[in-house]
Design a protein around this ligand. Sequence first.
Ligand code: TGC
Ligand code: FAD
Length: 392
Amino acid sequence: MSQDLYQHPDYYLLDELLTDEHKLIRDSVRAFVKKEISPIIEDYAQKAAFPSQLIKGLGEQGCFGPFVPAKYGGAGLDYISYGIMMQELERGDSGVRSTASVQGSLVMYPIYTYGSEEQKMKYLPKLATGEMMGCFGLTEPDHGSNPAGMLSNFTDAGDHVILNGSKMWISNAPFADIAVVWARGPEGKIKGLIVERGMEGFTTPETHGKWSLRASATGELVFDNVKVPKENILPNVEGLKGPLGCLSSARYGIAWGALGCAMDCYDTALRYSQQRIQFGKPIGGFQLTQKKLAEMITEITKGQLLVWRLGVLRGEGRATPEQISMAKRNSCQTAITIAREARQILGGMGITGEYSIMRHMMNLESVITYEGTHDIHLLITGQDVTGLSAFK
Ligand code: TGC
Ligand code: FAD
């Protein structure tokens, strides 16, 4: 990839809404992305490999569960800080942000929010540094948008339970040390279980052939009569609100993260349009190019305001799941539209790995699908404003 010359677009001076600590965090993660991610990520995406050497640095940057208190190894930061981190990471690559989202929002968050004190002390400090990596198993082969239909289940066997079933499309599964798995208990109620690699009957086959999120490892979780100690069951939640609560945290991070892709695509296209000469002048001087760039910065600015406000509400404990859905959906739509327009501005160069745009565009096809598809989030907003469910 060409040298990373990224300059953060801030058309409405939104930096003024950030604290000095937020800006320090942003600059630190941005420098990490420029130094450690940008130079290698295209190569890893091309060969569909996960850059595991980044894990230690991500832990050192505090990108794993920054909202978890210091007592459990987290940085005890606010949700704006978390959003900024996800924005900067995804500016580098959605797959790397995915790894951090899963670790923080889908593994550390449920252990911190629903776990026992022993579970928190056992897992969270190692997860915060990346010494231990986790994944999150909700989606099943026949239950994606409708997780309430899940079939994975466990039965009581004295001091342990026996887990059966399978999960599909699981980020980090191929290398994760633990999986937070959602399954039905003996009375049919959904519970969360911490399943550890090495437990007999637990396998994590890798999913190959993806054209999207190629630098993120995806796999299945297969449970064939796995003996899970009862002490590994998350005691403090029951029902679908358990996993959906985790999704609220992860979707919040994606709302910030996808805008990172949008900003990177805009910044690349703007610079290119000022340098590329056709018909005797920079292509940025043509009205059609300016229309694309002007619309991009307008949508980015609207998106930045939306996620910043959402961050304030989340920090105050007032962000509703429906508000989070709106922001996740808006950021993904904004980013995917901008990636497509930016690629056009680069002409043929836009399809090469010389620039990040095509990789972002392909990654965003997953981002707009996982954590609730684009249409599911639309229906969540529709239900919220009408009071009528159109899901079933
Ligand atoms: P519904 O009756 O609406 O809700 C059941 C219970 O959950 C509560 N709830 C939430 N709580 C917290 N956060 C949310 N976002 C919540 N949404 C709902 C709700 O209040 C209720 O609580 P209670 O106390 O009454 O029991 O459930 P439903 O079955 O009608 O489903 C609604 C629907 C379709 C919106 C939901 O199932 C949904 O969001 N589906 C999409 C599935 C999804 O997003 N899957 C993501 C899998 S994980 C993933 O993709 C990780 S990618 C990671 C990466 O690589 O970055
Ligand atoms: P389906 O649910 O089959 O949906 C197919 C289409 O039907 C979609 O367009 C959808 O919007 C539409 N649809 C469904 N229901 C309705 C309805 N009621 N009304 C209108 N339209 C509807 N899951 C995890 O648990 N953990 C992970 O770590 C994880 N990582 C992922 C990583 C990647 C790269 C990908 C691609 C997915 C990942 N997922 C993960 C799964 C992801 O959350 C699901 O793919 C997503 O929720 C959609 O489910 P599905 O693919 O089964 O699609």
